[in-house]
Write a new protein. Sequence first.
Length: 430
Amino acid sequence: MNGQNPRQIAARVLGQRRANGLFVEDLLEIALNGAQLSSADHGLCQEMVYGIVRWQATLDWLIAQKTGGRGQKPALQNLLRLGLYQIFWLDRIPDHAAVHETVELAKQGGFGPQAGFLNAVLRGYLREAGETKKLLADLKIFQPAIGWSQPEWLLARWQKRFGAEKTAQLLEWNNTPPKTFVRVNTLKTDAGKLIEKWREENVEYDFTTCDWAAENLVFKLKSHPPLNSLASFRNGWFYIQDPSTLLAVLELDAQSGETVLDLCAAPGGKTTFIAQQMNNEGKVVACDISEERLKLVQDNCARLGVTCAETLLPSALDSRPSTFDRILVDAPCSNAGVMRRRVDLRWRISPEEISRLQQTQLNLLKLAATKLNPGGVLIYSTCSLEPEENSEVVKEFLREHKYFKLESERELLPFADNVDGAYVARILCN
């Protein structure tokens, strides 16, 4: 096995999920960096891996219908998922090729004795393709946890909060591959020059508008060569960033000459945007929990031409008596609002994790409160949809800190705002 076939790589990455704590996006990136795939095969491999993880519960339900619910070895289960995903979710692969390639992959992977079983399951579904597609559509209505491949507890929570119709829209959003959005880095260029450069680089784009960001600040990339091959990317003319992540920085409203703390800064998207808002004049202190994470911030600052930022571990804040005009707490959270980007998150998230994160989030706000100047602005933000991590954290903080007051809060919801989920609260220090 040479490892260069997109199906081989997909099967290998899927198998590593059980034995490796990394997210599947990281596992796939590592695998693809060591492969020599064409652009088309690179895209196919990514689509298969991400799609199979997203639709895992639905695929496993289909497998159970043909196997009497008998459990399969993990590697064989992944091969069955791989074949079925190509048949029912990928239009560009002929059905016979999907079956043949999956069976051959089984033989190469040491599942020769099971090749006949695998072939029978897949061909059985080919014969029933029409009625199976109707069944899959019905599952979304009558058994949505299976039909949308979503944990039951999270589905029930969202249905209680948003209702069935909006929850279905959210689940569809989570199962749709995300678009790539970029923020123009005005420290180095402007929208007009960037568009002109993109035309030279064969980058196709769309204009993007949202009520919280200035016109021509954000663009959606439709197609492009590998980003690392673009001079516009390497030279820091833009940063990959969903429009939802801009809201917190825009609410922070940092001004030139001020001193600002970004308490949970890595990988640096918000840090560099704060510096952009300040025209590189003043001081941005970017904190995070490890030197490795701070290196990501440093690299992005260097690429984007940010010169007003310094990086610190949180422990270093204790030895610095200085306080700040504005503080951003972009807190670690369940990431429930970016589930379409973190494709295996739905299989990792738990109610207990949301409760555990609540205390971490509150502690970060308490720390920020000790570092903010009177009259200063404190922004609390997450990419979660869950009230326990958002408004409830802010309410608890305000109960304990009477000299702070909530000026505004806003929640971005995928089905309402057509961006990733986010929560932003603007808190003032009296």
